[in-house]
Design a protein around this ligand. Sequence first.
Ligand SMILES: O=C(O)CCC(=O)C(=O)O
Length: 300
Amino acid sequence: MTQAQTVFASLPQTWRVWIMENLERACSPLDMANSMARSGQYSMTDARAAIDDAVRIRAGGGVSGTVTAAETAPVASAFSSPREMPFIDLTSNRIAAPDREIDVLFVLKKPQVILLGNVLSDEECDAIVAHCGSRYTRSTVTAEADGASVVHEGRTSEMAFIQRGEAEVAERIDRRLAAIAHWTPECSEPFQLQKYDKMQEYRPHYDWLDPDSAGHRSHLARGGQRLATFVLYLSDVAQGGGTVFPSLGLEVFPKKGNALWFLNTDSNHQPDAQTLHGGAPVVKGTKIIANKWLRQERYG
Ligand SMILES: O=C(O)CCC(=O)C(=O)O
């Protein structure tokens, strides 16, 4: 039987075991290649080649670092094609959602950041805010170590959730956002409201979940990566409270009924480091937003 040396075979035993174990656990090959590249020991090209070799070895039932001639036959690479992404149709300056005409106010192409106007009526904003009444509690973030929800000095706002099926107005908006993003509502998290009073803020952070963080992995297991974010502005703010993107030199000010959209990943569902963003301190007024995160898979 003809055998060929593979990139996989050239790896130390620890990496070979790591790759095989992660493939066995159905981890995303791209997440794995990213982790290998981030270790500083391998280029992305070598990491991808090694993982492709391992996929072929598994498919052929091989266990060693070599592959048979049959296994070297051309097969689709685990990395070959971009994956399905939510998207906003920008062919017109107005988007016809099933129950509302939405304005496209600005578009940043890369990373994609889009400001949409007239997404919610004043009444819808007020109804969402009224629905949450006084149920707010201090906002939390996901701890990197164990995935727990913890209070953090960088996020000083208060938060409240609206679970799926809880309020007709939220369901209606959920369906509208899903239509705008060409994504199923089930592949998204419930609305998370954030209320910022004077000087409250959320310092710059990422919305994507880090596959290399133990704490984020348990969240990734429930619905996969956060591919896109909608920030719905439910109130006007007299001063401050913009959504800031420090790497892009961009600040978007809240306007009741508008929605900010951005993609958190590239077309291969890999985290985009340029999407660093935050909520600047409110100087005058109260800022209320609702976050909607679109996931790779069904959530919850
Ligand atoms: O407050 C904002 O404008 C952004 C909020 C945000 O980034 C978040 O809650 O993840």
